[in-house]
Design a protein around this ligand. Structure first.
Ligand SMILES: [Zn+2]
Length: 100
C-alpha cells in the first residue's frame, strides 16, 4: 500500500515505518532497508526535515521511500534513523509536546 503525503499528515505519530528502495548505488550503506519517516515538518538544532523525509536524510536522497503505517516504527532497520529518534526521544513518547 502506497501512502500519500496527506495520509502521513493525518497520522498521529510523528514517525512512521518506511521501506526504502535499494536503487541508488551512490547512497552507499544507507540504501535499502527501512527508515523512520516524519509525518510533519521537524526541526531539532541543525536537523531540518520536511513531511515525508526520513530522519537520517531527506526524501530526495532516496530512490523511493514507501511509508507503511501498519508496521511498528521500532521495526525500522536504519541505525542512523533509530539513533536520531532515540537521541531526541521521538519514539514511544507523545510527540505533541514538541509542537507547543
Ligand atoms: Zn534512515
Amino acid at each position: 500500500m502506497i501512502y500519500s503525503l496527506s495520509d502521513l499528515q493525518r497520522t498521529e505519530a510523528l514517525l512512521v515505518f518506511a521501506h526504502a528502495y535499494a536503487g541508488g548505488a551512490t547512497c552507499g550503506h544507507y540504501s535499502g532497508g527501512s527508515h523512520l519517516v516524519l509525518t510533519r515538518p521537524f526541526t531539532a538544532g541543525r536537523l531540518k526535515r520536511s513531511t515525508g523525509d526520513a530522519l537520517c536524510k531527506p526524501h530526495a536522497k532516496f530512490w523511493g521511500l514507501e511509508p507503511n503505517l501498519e508496521r511498528d516504527p521500532a521495526a525500522a532497520t536504519c541505525k542512523r534513523c533509530k539513533e536520531i529518534a532515540g537521541r531526541l526521544n521521538l519514539l514511544g513518547t507523545d510527540a505533541s509536546k514538541h509542537g507547543t
